[in-house]
Design a protein around this ligand. Structure first.
Ligand code: AMP
Ligand code: MG
Length: 559
């Protein structure tokens, strides 16, 4: 162990607070190849204090993680470790836990917190920044891929405002599991390498109702090519710091969009177009799997089109277009499921406004935004056709289905998965009951005791049967053999998603000292499209207890 200055000028041991130790090269941790372009190429904050402040003219502030007591590795994702060329033996080492708790630093790391702003719930909020995220640096792996490592919950930074820079175990479990679940679902996302718990307690007022309680703390190491957000650009435009705005835009082009060419007004416009396209692809995926982000503020929108900042998110259990898991948003429901495509566009408008000083005219901005709309619509149609096992689906077929799903409480995930079992190949020979039988489990109201069939009755039943017959005709017209249709549908309609009730069960057990369910859920969610017969219980629709349980139907930003 040695004490060392980081190359961004931060003394590791000059303050009275605890500081992480610097590991010697080879001291139990492999030498990773760090190439810290963000701190090397962008203007940094000359001030290295932890004090909360407005930071001007800088894209980041150097800051060290604050060590925690008794760090324990709860879980890690071997797939993410592999991206970093870290072996399972390394992941099991004390050095790994110490580093990803923020207690130790490996050679080459140059920790910092990024400066960004954002529009929160539709209003410009000014400077926000990494208030509890500390980036450790950028690793170049053997394949030449660049991965930024970022600790969430590793202590206060100049951007912590009135908060403590920490994260509680419950929110860390949710972020860890959902990052990986989304990756395995095929949804663009930041990844999660590790989840470390600590005996340090963190005080949170979970529902902002004046009843704070002390909770176990944790640190997640997130991994992504970059954590740049719309807000990293908005802040400099809002402050009129066009020189810094230009530098961060050029940096982003150089490292993350090199195929677009050298900086020029047309290149910035092409870049904005690409961000619009990627955001459309992202939101179409969310709609496909029933994911509600919960806090789509512009500071939570990735410039790379990744799902970022898992907070009060939720997967739809019963299909409710108005659902938001976020109690902070309960009144306006700005971030409800059905509004996500519109909100993403609103956020892109804010990004476009920020880039105006570099692009210099309005039409390219409008063109880029039009690409968002066109891409979203094309992707949404493609996804829903695939969910139905069709090459292309008439819009009215999909629209009518969305209406049906909301008529009676219907579980979105179970419904689409079971739709593959509806015997559409029988055509007009199939009885109504035979068509409906595979779907019985998808409905929340209790089954009919007499028939054992779904609760559907009256007009809802009649409309569903009519729809199923129309659907059967579409399948028949395309001529896909039944086995192939089922295979195709199962490849896009997940059987396993991280329902809030599942996350909550894992949280309850982990808070009581047993992290087993976190690890088991991670394993289940690795294969969301596969049948896992021994794990059927994780595919069941939401149990009744979860309807009103905090953490399941209600979540806040307090994490
Ligand atoms: P979020 O809505 O969670 O994305 O956070 C919005 C802003 O609040 C960001 O600048 C976060 O870094 C900051 N923030 C959230 N929680 C904390 C915390 N516990 N400590 C410090 N900053 C926080
Ligand atoms: Mg955030």
């Amino acid at each position: 162990m040695r004490s060392k200055k980081t190359s961004v000028g931060l003394p590791a041991d000059s303050t009275s607070e605890r500081a992480p130790v610097w590991l010697e090269p080879g001291a139990g941790f492999p030498l990773l190849r760090f190439d810290n372009t963000f701190v090397r190429e962008l203007p940094g904050d000359p001030d290295t204090l932890r004090a909360v402040r407005g930071v001007r003219g800088a894209c980041f502030s150097p800051i060290l993680p604050l060590p925690v007591r008794e760090p324990r590795l709860v879980a890690h994702a071997f797939e993410v470790a592999r991206l970093l060329d870290l072996s399972e033996a390394v992941c099991a080492s004390d050095a790994f836990t110490a580093i990803f708790a923020g207690n130790a630093l490996a050679p080459g790391m140059e920790p910092y917190a990024a400066c960004y702003g954002g529009h929160q719930f539709g209003t410009w909020a000014g400077q926000l920044g990494d208030g509890r995220a500390i980036s450790l640096g950028e690793v170049l792996n053997a394949e030449g891929q660049r991965w930024e490592l970022q600790l969430k919950g590793a202590g206060a930074t100049p951007y912590s405002r009135t908060a403590d820079g920490r994260a509680v175990l419950r929110s860390s479990i949710r972020e860890f599991l959902c990052s990986e679940a989304m990756a395995h679902l095929g949804v663009p996302t930041t990844r999660a390498l590790s989840l470390v718990s600590t005996s340090d307690r963190v005080v949170r007022d979970m529902f902002y109702d004046g009843q704070p309680r002390s909770e176990p703390g944790a640190i997640v190491c997130r991994v992504a090519p970059s954590f740049l957000r719309f807000g990293n650009f908005e802040i400099f435009a809002a402050r009129g710091e066009v020189d810094v705005l230009t530098r961060v835009c050029d940096y982003t082009l150089r490292h993350h969009f090199p195929e677009l060419g050298a900086p020029a007004p047309e290149t910035y416009a092409a870049w904005l177009t690409e961000v619009c396209r990627r955001t459309a692809v992202l939101v179409a995926h969310w709609m496909r799997v029933g994911f509600v982000h919960g806090v789509m503020n512009t500071d939570n929108m990735s410039i790379l089109g990744l799902t970022i900042d898992y907070g009060p998110f939720g997967f739809l259990d019963h299909f409710d277009p108005g659902f938001t898991p976020n109690t902070t948003d309960a009144a306006e429901r700005r971030y409800r499921f059905s509004n996500q495509p519109l909100v993403a566009k609103w956020n892109l408008v804010k990004l476009a406004e920020s880039l105006f000083p570099l692009i210099g005219s309005i039409p390219p901005l409008e063109d880029a935004l039009a690409i968002y709309t066109a891409t979203f619509e094309a992707e949404q149609s493609r996804h829903f056709a695939a969910k139905l096992g069709l090459h292309s689906a008439e819009r009215s077929l999909v629209d009518e289905l969305h209406e049906l799903l909301a008529l009676v409480e219907t579980d979105m995930t179970v419904f689409f998965r079971r739709l593959a079992d509806v015997p559409v190949e029988l055509g007009s020979e199939a009885s109504d009951d035979a068509l409906l039988a595979p779907l019985a489990d998808a409905y929340y109201p209790p089954q009919d005791d007499r028939t054992g069939l779904s609760c559907l009755s009256g007009p809802a039943r009649a409309r569903t049967v009519t729809w199923l017959r129309r659907y059967a005709a579409s399948v028949k017209a395309e001529g896909t053999p039944p086995v192939l249709r089922k295979q195709r549908m199962n490849a896009v309609n997940p059987k396993y998603v991280l329902r809030n009730c599942l996350a909550q069960l894992a949280i309850d057990a982990a808070e009581a000292g047993d992290p087993g369910l976190v690890v088991e859920l991670l394993e289940v969610l690795r294969h969301p499209y596969d049948e896992q017969p021994e794990r059927e219980r994780f595919a069941a629709k939401r149990p009744d207890w979860a309807r009103r349980r905090a953490g399941c139907s209600m979540l806040s930003c307090s994490s």
